[in-house]
Design a protein around this ligand. Structure first.
Ligand SMILES: [Zn+2]
Length: 93
């Protein structure tokens, strides 16, 4: 699986993003944060499930991902909890 901040041009894209929040994979600015999905990342820059049981020292938190990167890496969609998918919300009982 692809890693966070792993795009070869991440730093350059991030600099070009200006005031926009950078995508956590390619660093390009995310134009519409209101619809951006977030992915949780551990200290090894690996994407983990939103409800993964991580030690605080291993948890980097959640970062926004651009729609383009999400489309190019469909396996990442499995890590994003969906309001319409009851399987992704095991704690709501
Ligand atoms: Zn991206």
């Amino acid at each position: 699986m692809i890693k966070a901040f792993s795009h070869p041009d991440f730093k350059r894209n991030q600099e070009k993003a200006g005031g926009l929040t950078p995508c956590c994979i390619c660093g390009k600015g995310i134009k519409d944060m209101s619809t951006a999905k977030h992915l949780r990342v551990n200290v090894y820059n690996e994407f983990v499930a939103a409800d993964a049981d991580l030690a605080p020292s291993e948890d980097m938190g959640s970062f926004p991902v651009g729609s383009e990167c999400l489309r190019n890496n469909p396996e990442l969609k499995l890590l994003i909890p969906s309001a319409t998918d009851p399987v992704a919300q095991p704690h709501r009982s």
